[in-house]
Design a protein around this ligand. Sequence first.
Ligand code: SF4
Length: 357
Amino acid sequence: MNCTICPRHCLIPVGKSGYCGVRRNWYQDSSSNTTNENNFKNDLRNGIFSITYGKNTGLVVDPVEKKPLYHFYPGSKTLSLGSIGCNLDCKFCQNSSISRSVDDSVLVKYSPLEVVAAAQLNGCRSIAFTYNEPIIGLEYVIDIAKEAHQAGLQTIAVTNGYIAQEWLDKFFENIDAANVDLKSFSDDFYREYCSASIEPVKETLCYLAKKNKNSTKNNCNDNSKRGIWFEVTTLLIPELNDSEREIAELSDWFFSELGAEIPLHFSAFRPADRLRSIPPTPAKTLFRSRNIATATGLKYVYTGNIDDTAGQATYCPQCKQSIISRNRFNVTEYLVDEDQCCRYCGQTIAGEFESDL
Ligand code: SF4
């Protein structure tokens, strides 16, 4: 059977899994004593679904800034969960012990209702699907997200954006905010270091720009009632994707296709996985990249994975005052009012905010 969830479109023999390791062709697999723990309609899985349904690596309470999301209820707590497997194969993966694992015996079972209850018990405003790629566990994400909304919680997807276009609506239907990795602005990089291609990721970003109610790009009538907030993260790896030229090209495209209001996070690489011989990203590379993107016209550009309070503060694009200060993942100053405006000059700040922390 053909899995259509992501652009790989794996052709999966009966009883086997696709490239991500967790979406299995379950068709006529009943003789193998496996138990179908799913409760989904056939039209969703079409005989192929995730072996990790109802199982994750554990529940962790995080500040929402850790996703990173800087314009989505700053200072709030989110319940993070992930599982095993991935549809990319990044040579610099920071979570390779889970992303390349296919051993679901190490996972802990939580029903969607148990996940929601844990979020409520821990005072979380949202539930975040993170650590590994959530699209490959689509059914579990959808069930938890629906229960979360029933309980008045919000939902976050931290994704590589490598999703088939025909599944974008289904995946994001119950998602309130996303952080999407744009791993480079080069298709060659995607092919050599991620075993993927850039075009589907750009399509996902453009889709979100249309769905985002804050964006001037929003021309999607059917979603006028509800928007999806999103931010973008690019991990800068020395010599591989951090040239001034590439950052300038990325920034130009970002400005014209996603809009100036969408936050962009430049994050520092630390040696990991198969790129352990590459040194960490120097701070000056992050500063330079932030300057390039800001000069292009992007209003909210941040640095990450380094100590840089100036690069992690939110500045009002109108009066240029610092209105949200952060010390690593803690919000230390908050000057956004109840109308989502700068308390100094009244300029609207893109995103979703409370009047207080
Ligand atoms: S989600 Fe997994 S099985 Fe489906 S196409 Fe992508 S890599 Fe293949």
